[in-house]
Every structure is written in structure tokens, then in C-alpha cells.
Ligand binder design. Structure first.
Ligand code: PNS
Length: 166
């Protein structure tokens, strides 16, 4: 059984992420979406919330019943080994992503030679979409409806509302 991991912060999941999930789930028997728990960045959503948002978004997507969602801490290669994964999936939006992604892919392969990284080029309509841009727009109350799935739209606005009311 070919197991792939699509790791990321997913803070929050975007339409670009969803596009990669749908395409990558066809490449492997099981696709584990690995949500990074401890990032150097301070996330907007807790890891439990990010997992729940991904569950909500992927629940009714046809052809993606081979998806699992899990959080992880520490090194990606250790998580991948524990899950018996042989493929890491990452999306490439632009050339600016490439340098960082290449370095991480090569490092991960050195740390665990049985792991290979497969890159998906993002669909053109999502090539500029990122979680950080979504957070920036939502923070100022802007319209993020073309960037993230509709089912989580209100949760993102509510999160900023709750932050402002503290
Ligand atoms: O969505 P992101 O923030 O671009 O995802 C980055 C992620 C989670 C793939 C990367 O930070 C990661 O794998 N972190 C775990 C620690 C690790 O294994 N780093 C790579 C070796 S230096």
C-alpha cells in the first residue's frame, strides 16, 4: 500500500491546499494530511481547530475517501516513518517556493532515504493563494471567500472577532 503524507501548517486550509489534496489522493492508496503542531510561527488556529477545519472541508469531497488527518510534532521524517509513508507531497506555487522546498526535500531524503518528495504545481487559479494572505485579509475584515472553502469562512471571521473581543 502506497502511503503519502501532505504536511503543512494549514492555518487555515485554503482552496489551494484542497486542490492539492484532491489531486494527490489519486496518486497514493492513502493520503495522510499531517498538520504541524509546533511551528516557530504562532498559529491563528490551534492544531485541534486546524484538524477540525480540514475534516469539515474534506468530508464531502468525492473521490477522497482515502484521506486521513493527523497532527504531528517534531521532524516530518519521524512522523512519516511512523505512518509507513514513502511519499511526501508538497505544492509549488511559484519559483520563490522552490528554493526552500528543494532544500527541505533534499534534507528529508538525506535523513530518510526511503522517503521521496513529490511536488504538485498549484493550479493556476490558486497560484497566489496562501494561508498568510488569507489571514492578513481576514484580519482587516476583507473578503476571503475566493481563497478558502465556504464551509470554514465563518470560522475564520469568528476567530478574528474573538481575538478582537479579548
Ligand atoms: O505549510 P508550511 O508551514 O509551509 O509547512 C511546513 C512543514 C510543516 C512542511 C515543515 O515546516 C515541516 O516539515 N516541519 C517539521 C519539522 C521538519 O521536519 N523540518 C524539516 C527538516 S529541516
Amino acid at each position: 500500500m502506497k502511503i503519502g503524507i501532505y504536511p503543512g501548517s494549514f492555518d487555515p486550509i485554503t482552496l489551494g491546499h484542497l486542490d492539492i489534496i484532491i489531486r494527490a489522493s489519486k496518486l497514493v492508496d492513502k493520503l495522510i494530511i499531517g498538520v504541524l503542531k509546533n511551528s516557530s510561527k504562532k498559529p491563528l488556529f490551534t492544531v485541534e481547530e486546524r484538524v477540525e477545519l480540514i475534516e469539515r472541508v474534506t468530508k464531502n469531497v468525492p473521490g477522497t475517501n482515502n484521506i486521513e488527518i493527523a497532527s504531528f510534532d517534531g521532524l516530518l521524517v519521524d512522523f512519516a516513518k511512523k505512518q509507513n509513508a514513502t511519499i511526501i507531497v508538497r505544492g509549488l506555487r511559484a519559483i520563490t517556493d522552490f528554493e526552500y522546498e528543494l532544500q527541505i526535500a533534499q534534507t528529508n531524503h538525506k535523513l530518510c532515504p526511503s522517503l521521496d518528495t513529490v511536488f504538485f504545481t498549484t493550479s493556476v487559479e490558486y497560484s497566489y493563494v496562501s494561508s498568510s494572505v488569507v489571514r492578513e485579509i481576514a484580519c482587516y475584515g476583507g473578503d476571503i471567500s475566493q481563497f478558502i472553502p465556504e464551509s470554514i469562512l465563518q470560522s475564520v471571521y469568528d476567530k478574528y472577532k474573538s481575538i478582537r473581543s479579548v
